[in-house]
Ligand binder design. Structure first.
Ligand SMILES: *Cc1c(COP(=O)(O)O)cnc(C)c1O
Length: 348
């Protein structure tokens, strides 16, 4: 988007806001022996008696290097959910602005729109699960602030066509958020390398899926320094706790293990898809670029219950538009996968 002006889309209350300045903002240790009597902490060391770094500098510099962005283009949140909520609160005026989402997709965009009193305009994906650009552009108005694109998309599993996404980035004057929660499983490249070209682009990722850290809640937002600056103004000062920062750092440093696990998940996905494909009650398997598979079955409620009786929980996505009678299978360990496949053959 050429001529994108962030000041045009930031909420007024946010642009005039004087952010809270925490003790750890005002003085950052340079590593020398200091006596910290500025934050009313308990002084006795137990590993977590000090407030964590509000800007998570160690983790940011590591990721900045890996992803080839500036540390000032990164914001972390308590899961992507917090990151997405911050984006709403920074840019959408309650009871006035609107956003666009593309169902069937991740349910949190709609929930966050509701919480923030922002109208959610829903434009269904096409029958091959691609964004319907003409219909999307038709509903854009002066108060449309954000389009949410999930690629690879949950629950359908596919990555969107690059040219389609590019068309939205270039013709929409607001923000385009590309949720890349599943990018580490994808054969497509991340949109991260396009940040410089598109000042209205926000890319979100997470350590909850490929990185195996759903329990620590760490979501990541990459954008221009201007956008990250606005989000930093409104984020709670200590939104990512110390233990999460430490675990994230260890894991990101151990990239080889992450890659190895991702490869194993992809191999298992192939096995699972072969097995699903051979089942009579599976009527359609959708192509996937993520760590899950969406399958259309004869009777989703019945198959869901049968699996549950065998202690296997999958996700019934039948209530989503275009997803009638579908089940979403997350790829498990080789052992889990083997058991699942045996059970699926058994309930034929
Ligand atoms: C799982 C998922 C997330 C991750 O959310 P976290 O809050 O980071 O755990 C984000 N977006 C999509 C589409 C997801 O499926």
């Amino acid at each position: 988007m050429k001529g994108f002006d962030i000041n045009r889309i930031v909420r007024k209350s946010v642009s005039v806001l004087q952010p809270y300045s925490s003790a750890r903002d005002e003085y950052v240790s340079d590593g020398s022996e200091m006596i910290f009597l500025d934050a009313n902490e308990n002084p006795f060391d137990n590993g977590v008696n000090r407030y964590p770094d509000p800007y998570q500098r160690s983790l940011k510099s590591l990721l900045a290097e890996q992803k080839e962005v500036s540390p000032n283009q990164i914001l972390f949140g308590n899961g992507s959910d917090e990151v997405l909520d911050l984006i709403f609160r920074a840019f959408c005026e309650p009871n006035q602005d609107n956003i666009i989402t593309l169902p069937p997709t991740y349910g949190m965009y709609k929930v966050l729109a509701g919480i923030n009193a922002v109208e959610n305009k829903e434009i269904l994906l096409t029958s091959d699960f691609e964004p319907n650009v003409p219909e999307i552009l038709k509903v854009v108005d002066e108060t449309t602030k954000i389009i949410f694109i999930c690629s690879p998309n949950n629950p359908t599993g596919n990555s969107f066509n690059k040219e389609t996404v590019r068309e939205l980035l270039e013709s929409f004057k607001g923000l385009v958020v590309i949720d890349e929660a599943y990018i580490d499983f994808s054969k497509d490249e991340s949109w991260l390398s396009q940040l410089r070209k598109h000042p209205n682009l926000i890319v979100t990722q997470t350590l909850s899926k490929a990185y195996g850290l759903a329990g620590i809640r760490l979501g990541i937002c990459y954008a221009s320094e201007e956008i990250i600056g606005v989000l930093n103004k409104i984020k709670p000062p200590y939104n990512v706790n110390q233990l999460s920062q430490q675990r994230a750092l260890q894991r990101v440093l151990n990239q080889d293990l992450v890659n190895q696990e991702v490869q194993q998940i992809l191999d298992e996905r192939t096995e699972l898809m072969k097995a699903l494909d051979s089942l009579e009650f599976v009527t359609k398997l959708y192509p996937t670029d993520a760590n899950f598979v969406l399958a259309k079955v004869d009777d989703a409620n019945k198959r869901y219950q049968q699996l549950l009786e065998k202690q296997v929980v999958v996700r019934n996505r039948s209530s989503q538009p275009l997803c009638e009678n579908t089940l979403r299978f997350t790829v498990g360990t080789p052992e889990e996968n083997k058991k699942l496949i045996a059970i699926l053959k058994d309930i034929q």
